[in-house]
Structures are given as structure tokens and as C-alpha cells.
Design a protein around this ligand. Structure first.
Ligand code: ADP
Ligand code: ADP
Length: 246
């Protein structure tokens, strides 16, 4: 099995002295290599908890998470090759744009490591060109060509998220986990960035899970949308499937 396999995952939190909240209540989901899946649902339905469980940041009360057939728990965090991006991209304020992206390149996996796993399988060289050229290519990819020397403090919210995306893509993550990456932006900006985000994920063939409460964003970015409610998956389908379903 390649890609991500989520099986019957349950995530619980203590609530008060005796109670527990079941945030994720038996979710199963597969994400194929190169596929982008959105977890869509209202606030509090368990999307972030599921994403954190996939990342290995939340203990599972039951179920399992595996990537390329390997239980995620069996692999040390720094060897998993998972990338994360959040609503607030949390850029390094003391570095310029290029410095932020170069930080991501420093974590880039090299060919051969992990016995043929990861994105090196297609035989392309990992590091084409020098670091500056790679930074430029990544900035072009997210629509920020020429922004390298800009101090982060001078960027708009949308530009910051573009830099955060370039930095997150730089190490060529085996799996990119995006938690409401566009939610802090206003509506018209969000629509444009959703299109550009999809283009960047497709161009880099990045396998990704995106959490959002915004249906338009889910439909614009994802190959398939998993609709969540109260800890469960209601339905999973392509935007076209879900659009035509009552
Ligand atoms: P969503 O991402 O869909 O908004 P969350 O996964 O953040 O949903 O939350 C799902 C449920 O779990 C909510 O009831 C929330 O209050 C609860 N929850 C989330 N994180 C914690 C936590 N660290 N401790 C206790 N309860 C939590
Ligand atoms: P292809 O080889 O099919 O064009 P790539 O995976 O190389 O697809 O990505 C497409 C574009 O994105 C290229 O211009 C490439 O240089 C750039 N790119 C993608 N990921 C990275 C990366 N981690 N570092 C530098 N450039 C990248």
C-alpha cells in the first residue's frame, strides 16, 4: 500500500474530571500518492484533531495511521518526511523571504535515503541547480518571483502564506498537512490563493491533506473532499460527485 491509510481512528480528550470528548470517532480514509484530500466540516467537528493524529502529534485512542504501508508510530518524527502548514504561516521574522524558503530546503531529503521511499522514485535529481536557483524556482512556483530579498515584515497576509507554502514544499514532503492555510485571508484573496495552492500542489505532485471549514476552498483545492461532522466522515467524493449529490 502506498500513500496514506487512516483506519478507524479515534481521538479523545479529557473533559473535566471524569468525562472525555470524542473529537474523532472512528474515521477511515485513504489518500493516494499525489492526491489532495480536503477535510471539510464546521468548527469543532474534529478536522484538526484528525490532522494532528495523522501527523503523529495526537495519541490515538484506537485505530491506526500508516504511510506507504508503514505505521507512522514506528518512524521517528524527523524521518517521516511530513510537512505542516498552518493558518498563520509563522515565518521567521528576522529572515528575508529567500531565507525563509532556504530554511525549508535545508530539510530536503536526499536521493537514496530511506531505501527508495519518498519522491525520489521517479529518478529525477533531488537538487537541480544551486540553492539560490532552487529558492527562485520555489518563489516562482507560488507566484512570488523576485521577492527573495524582501523583509518578511513588508509582506501582506496573502504573500506571507505564499512564502509559507514555498517553505513547506521545499523539502519535498512525502505528505503535506495543511490546517486552514487560507482562513486568515479575506474572501477574494482566499479564492485566488486556493487556485494557486492547487496549482503548486499539482505541479510538485505533492500528496496533501487540507483542513478547511470553507466549502469553496475545499472544492477548489482538493481532488476529493471528505465531509466531517461530529467526529465522523459523512461522505467522501470528488467535488463533482458531492456537487451533484443531494
Ligand atoms: P475542528 O478542527 O473541526 O474545528 P477540533 O479537532 O479542533 O475541530 O476539535 C474537535 C473537538 O475536540 C471539539 O469539541 C474541541 O473542543 C475538542 N478539542 C480539540 N482539541 C482539544 C484539546 N487539546 N483538549 C480538549 N479538547 C479538545
Ligand atoms: P516537473 O519536473 O514535472 O516540472 P517538479 O516537481 O520539478 O515537476 O516541479 C515543477 C516546478 O516546481 C519546477 O519549476 C521546479 O523547479 C519547481 N519545484 C518544485 N519543488 C521544488 C523544490 N523543492 N525546490 C525547487 N524547485 C521546486
Amino acid at each position: 500500500m502506498t500513500g496514506l491509510q487512516v483506519r478507524d481512528v479515534v481521538v479523545r480528550y479529557p473533559a473535566g474530571r471524569r468525562d472525555v470528548t470524542t473529537a474523532v470517532d472512528g474515521v477511515s480514509l485513504d489518500v493516494a500518492p499525489g492526491e489532495v484530500v480536503a477535510l471539510l466540516g464546521p468548527s469543532g467537528c474534529g478536522k484538526s484533531s484528525l490532522l494532528r493524529a495523522v501527523a503523529g502529534l495526537e495519541p490515538l485512542a484506537a485505530g491506526s495511521v500508516a504511510f506507504d504501508g508503514e505505521p507512522v508510530d514506528d518512524v521517528p518524527v524527523h524521518r517521516r518526511g511530513f510537512g505542516l502548514m498552518f493558518q498563520d504561516g509563522q515565518l521567521f521574522a528576522h529572515r528575508d523571504v529567500a531565507g525563509n524558503v532556504a530554511y525549508g530546503l535545508a530539510g530536503r531529503r536526499t536521493a537514496g535515503r530511506g531505501s527508495g521511499q519518498g519522491r525520489g522514485d521517479d529518478g529525477r535529481p533531488w537538487a537541480a541547480g544551486d540553492r539560490a536557483a532552487q529558492v527562485d524556482a520555489l518563489l516562482d512556483l507560488v507566484g512570488l518571483g523576485g521577492y527573495g530579498p524582501r523583509p518578511v515584515a513588508t509582506l501582506s497576509g496573502g504573500e506571507r502564506q505564499r512564502v509559507a507554502l514555498a517553505r513547506a514544499l521545499a523539502p519535498r514532503p512525502r505528505l503535506l498537512l495543511l490546517d486552514e492555510p487560507l482562513s486568515a485571508l479575506d474572501r477574494s484573496l482566499r479564492e485566488r490563493l486556493a487556485v494557486d495552492l492547487r496549482a503548486a500542489l499539482v505541479a510538485t505532485r505533492t500528496t496533501a491533506v487540507l483542513v478547511t471549514h470553507d466549502q469553496d476552498e475545499a472544492f477548489a483545492v482538493a481532488d476529493r473532499v471528505a465531509v466531517m461532522d461530529r467526529g465522523r466522515l459523512l461522505q467522501v467524493g470528488t467535488p463533482a460527485d458531492l456537487w451533484h449529490r443531494p
